[in-house]
Ligand binder design. Structure first.
Ligand code: NAD
Ligand code: UDP
Length: 352
């Protein structure tokens, strides 16, 4: 019997490409739609570079289509062509700072895009979806570790975070309206690292906003120094604490949740945390990265970044209990694999 066909939106991106790899390694058939707004494809190539490498690594085919999820006609054509069993929905714009400058673009892409996708799914009788959500929906933590019962939507300070929260609300309403729907929302903590081969990884456009890719570029000499945003937080060393999760653990979490949602009797909306449950400070991460690259890295302590919180880390017991997933990799693996990816691909997926 052939395994289910999974439609992956945003599958050429960072989390999507690692999950496509994991899906292919688990023998699923994978169809990807991505509009390449944040993914690199060489001129004349059939596939975005990340997916070309995924095909090479797995020896399997990725059915790729350059489609914007806001385009109902094109999406309908995809659903007419393939018999989709479940959708994994990664496609979104994700830069927090940019979302404050162009909120309408973010709401349109992330919210309208998601509702067009859900509508086309419904029209084709496809009712199973795994959604990429974020721990940002919890806003300022009222307690730690954050479990799925923590209130959401309060204190989401930017349009990106709000768009993740609003889409979850739309999905909850949809599941309440019709028991055929089965939606799993995966709330990621801080995904970092790269596949252990160093073949695929995170390829941010321009100067990275996030800590790990920034440190990697300081280590490679592309950027001069790390700026540590805030050293007076209520944490063990004064710098911000986060729950960093290795991208391979995160992709494995998607496949575990997929096996659960594909069960014929699984219905309704449920949210699950994907995190390790451990918090590391900026200085902890820096120290681990120095170990990985074998040199001291220069940094400055500078004022806090607006909107940042002291600490965030997950209670991930619900994911363990429900689909038997737990993170296996630690901060040293995350730094080593980021460093390998950075060294092998100083220009990311671009050949120059
Ligand atoms: P990414 O930018 O690397 O990947 C997103 C992909 O979606 C890109 O390839 C982009 O081209 C595509 N895309 C965007 N809008 C689209 C549209 N309208 N139609 C078709 N394709 C479109 O981002 P990522 O880090 O891989 O994030 C994937 C998902 O995970 C996003 O939904 C993001 O909000 C969520 N998430 C990411 C993080 C993180 O730190 N990386 C944390 C929490 C949640
Ligand atoms: N951070 C930092 N310098 C940077 C980028 C991030 O000190 O150049 C800190 C940030 O203040 C936070 C942590 O690193 O405490 C993680 O930030 P990131 O942007 O990676 O993820 P976030 O948790 O904000 O989504």
């Amino acid at each position: 019997m052939s395994l289910p066909v999974i439609l992956v939106t945003g599958g050429a991106g960072y989390v999507g490409s690692h999950t496509v790899l994991e899906l292919l390694n688990n023998n699923y058939t994978v169809v990807v739609v991505d509009n390449l707004v944040n993914a690199h494809k060489d001129k004349g190539a059939d596939l975005p570079e990340a997916l070309r490498r995924v095909e090479r690594m797995t020896g399997r085919t990725v059915y790729f289509h350059s489609v914007d999820i806001q385009n109902k006609e094109e999406l309908t054509r995809i659903f007419n062509h393939y018999k989709i069993d479940c959708v994994m929905h990664f496609a979104a714009l994700k830069a927090v700072g940019e979302s404050c400058q162009i909120p309408l673009t973010y709401y349109q892409n992330n919210i309208t895009g998601s509702s067009v996708l859900l509508e086309v799914m419904k029209n084709h009788g496809v009712y199973k979806l795994v959604y990429s959500s974020s721990a940002t929906v919890y806003g300022i933590p009222q307690y730690l570790p954050l479990d799925e019962k923590h209130p959401t939507g309060q204190g989401c300070t930017n349009p990106y975070g709000k768009s993740k929260y609003f889409v979850e609300e739309i999905m909850k309403d949809l599941c309440s309206s019709d028991p055929l729907w089965a939606i799993i929302s995966l709330r990621y903590f801080n995904p970092v690292g790269a596949h252990e081969s160093g073949e695929i990884g995170e390829d941010p456009l321009g100067i990275p906003n996030n800590l790990m890719p920034f440190i990697a570029q300081v280590a490679s000499g592309k950027l001069p120094r790390l700026q540590i945003f805030g050293s007076d937080y209520n944490t063990h060393d004064g710098t911000g604490v986060r729950d960093y999760i290795h991208i391979s653990d995160l992709s494995a979490g998607h496949v575990s949740s997929l096996k659960c949602i594909l069960k014929p009797d699984y219905t309704g909306f449920m949210a699950f945390n994907l995190g390790t449950g451990k918090g590391y400070s900026v200085l902890d991460v820096l120290k681990s990265f120095e170990k990985a690259c074998g040199k001291k890295l220069p940094y400055d302590l500078v004022p806090r970044r607006p909107g940042d919180i002291d600490s965030s880390y997950a209670d991930a017991t619900l994911s363990k209990k429900t689909f038997n997933w737990t993170a296996t990799k630690g901060i040293d693996d995350m730094c080593q694999d980021t460093w390998l990816w950075q060294q092998k691909n100083p220009n990311g997926f671009k050949s120059q």
